[in-house]
Design a protein around this ligand. Sequence first.
Ligand SMILES: [Zn+2]
Length: 464
Amino acid sequence: MSGINVYAHYTSEEDYPDLDYTGACERLARAISCKTIDHGEKTEGAPFERLHALVRSSFPHIMAASTFEEVGRNLLITCPGTDPSLPCALLLAHQDVVPVVPGTENDWLHDAFAGELDETFVWGRGALDIKDMLMGELEALEYLLARGNRPRRTVILAFGADEETASAGATKLAAILEARGVRAEWLLDEGTTTMFAGALWGAPERVLTDVCISQKGYLDLRLDAHGEGGHSSNPFGGTSLERLSVAISHLVESRPAPELTPIVRDTFRALAPHITEEQLRTLVQDVDANAEKIASLAAARRGLYPFVVTTMAVDMLEGGSAAPNVMPGDASATINFRLLPGTTADDVLAWVEGALDGTGVTATAVHYTPAGRMDSTSGAGYAEVSEALEHYYRDVDVVPSFVCGGTDAIRYEAVCDSILRVIPFRPTPEEEATGVHGVNERISRRTYAQGIRVLVRLLERTVL
Ligand SMILES: [Zn+2]
């Protein structure tokens, strides 16, 4: 982790002095105290109902101006604009949070679901992922409405209830919008959240933050090797584990070369004037001509590796024998792939089947979410989001990128051509690294207030 002092980049914190930042922190704490964990069919509904009640009671101007729909546990809030001919602005977040990791309960300085706040922080699960964004979007819109503004453009807030698990809520909400013929000018959803050192990209003098315009795909593949068992004194033809191991080693040896997607080419182009590290500095003078060389340099760095590689992680092995003198029966391995934008499951399967040829091992896709569409830095909202970030975080270069995990945003591709994955809040890299899905998740009051300012400015400039 870099030692970036994010607060040294905060600026214009005096904006919107009449916004109730203290109340906003208290409302965020109450939202955190709703233990909204998705457990599929076993999900407890009451915490979600409490969160819905909190939203209803906390934002009177939004409630007066909007329709509030509960679609199962998912929420759709539509604040109609005065000009119905304009495509809407779509603000996303998810209500659900991940559980506390078993065994880490005692490492938390404050109970993860108590909704505690002190002079500096709002504490608890969801403070960064992602009740800050859910409540912050509402705070920003409420602030504007309370001051007599009527948006020209319709604003729709869509809050799924199971992003961390099935993401079925987002699929459902997107289908409703599509059926209604709703079009979104741009969509804002979670993405990366903090600032990072430009050194990774060969620009050691710079601090970066990114707006993600795609996301990687997700594929679990199971490899199966048939085995007959039997006494290991005659392993003629090899055991199932042996065939499986050979198959895995063929995959490892034949991995596709790293590649520079159009988005990462844009990242390097945006940074080119600041890149001082050789050989990168010379190569990025013509990114397209040198794409292969840049990709292999990037692939040699842990922090850039996932941005230039469809990654493959061999994660699960099943089916070994219980005794050293007994050959195993059927054996399987599960491999998790994260697909670069532009790469499909069929591409991966074609490569895998080629590599498995002659091994007697078969491959089956067991779970697949495609990579996101690659949107454009010239798409709607990109410039405005970048401007708002640059306005509140000085001396930070905003660059395009993509999310290496998954988010709900991909479900909305049919209703929006410009999907922007970026969280307006900038916690310290340490807070982000330990807190998100980890322990002592918290957001500082200062970080929360600054992110709300980003959202207010963005809405002022795009929907009023
Ligand atoms: Zn999240």
